[in-house]
Design a protein around this ligand. Structure first.
Ligand code: URA
Length: 237
């Protein structure tokens, strides 16, 4: 894919985009042997880009981050409505990271982003049964009958859900809180399961994925997963 050269340079971690633009203006960047002009584009796979005398190598280091997603962000890479994207929150990592799975615009919590396609596919595959735990705040109460339906499987328009687990149920003034553990990853699954029970979700937060939780990561912030965590994640798929 052709992209502006300053973008390729900054993604490779060599400089900020602004500095890369200055380098281009100063004639320190060549594409296929020709000095690049500002605005020039190149494809890192097929073009030979030289920066300050050295060949630009595409970033290949695999990296996975755990983001505590705030409400009001989309997990898609582009949004026709121009809403804020989770990737806007990843500010100091040159690699292009993609969300693993999705969280709704108004869902908060644990989201992994990676440039490791195998890990992404493995964690998203329903056959691999990766546990995800959601903290649900709902209006009204969760009756014993509703709880049983969640735990036995709820009929949705795309079929019955696998049994979920309900934990830490508590009632507050205006409604209730509980944790719902599922291992499927259907679109809007938790909200649809609750809707099927006539339970209105007012807040939804993913608090756990496999062995990972949000400890030490405030809303809107992220951290890079350690090699040990990646190893454990790979074991879970
Ligand atoms: N289930 C939902 O309904 N929404 C999410 O964002 C994640 C799981």
């Amino acid at each position: 894919m052709r992209e502006r050269v300053q973008k390729l340079i900054s993604r490779a971690g060599l400089a900020s985009r602004r500095t890369a633009e200055r380098w281009i203006e100063e004639g320190r960047v060549q594409i296929n042997g020709v000095t690049a002009q500002l605005g020039a584009q190149a494809d890192p796979k097929t073009d030979h880009v030289v920066v300050n005398g050295k060949q630009l190598k595409p970033v290949t280091e695999k990296l996975t981050v755990l983001l505590n997603k705030p409400r009001g962000y989309v997990t898609t890479m582009k949004d026709p409505q121009g809403r804020k994207k989770v990737t806007d929150l990843i500010t100091d990592i040159p690699q292009r990271l993609f969300p693993i799975g999705r969280l709704d615009y108004n869902t908060e919590g644990l989201l992994l982003l990676t440039n490791d396609g195998d890990l992404s596919q493995g964690l998203s595959h329903p056959r691999h049964h990766v546990e995800k735990i959601y903290l649900v705040k709902a209006r009204g109460v969760l009756t014993a009958e509703m709880r049983k339906r969640l735990e036995q499987g709820v009929e949705l328009d795309d079929g019955i859900t696998a049994p979920a687990k309900v934990k830490n149920y508590r009632v507050t003034g205006s409604g209730c809180w509980f944790e719902l553990s599922i291992h499927e990853g259907r679109n809007r699954q938790v909200r649809r399961m609750c809707e099927a029970l006539d339970l209105t979700v007012v807040r939804l937060k993913r608090i756990r994925l496999a062995m990972l939780d949000l400890s030490g990561v405030p809303s809107g912030r992220y951290r890079v997963l350690t090699p040990d965590e990646i190893r454990l994640l790979r074991k879970s798929i």
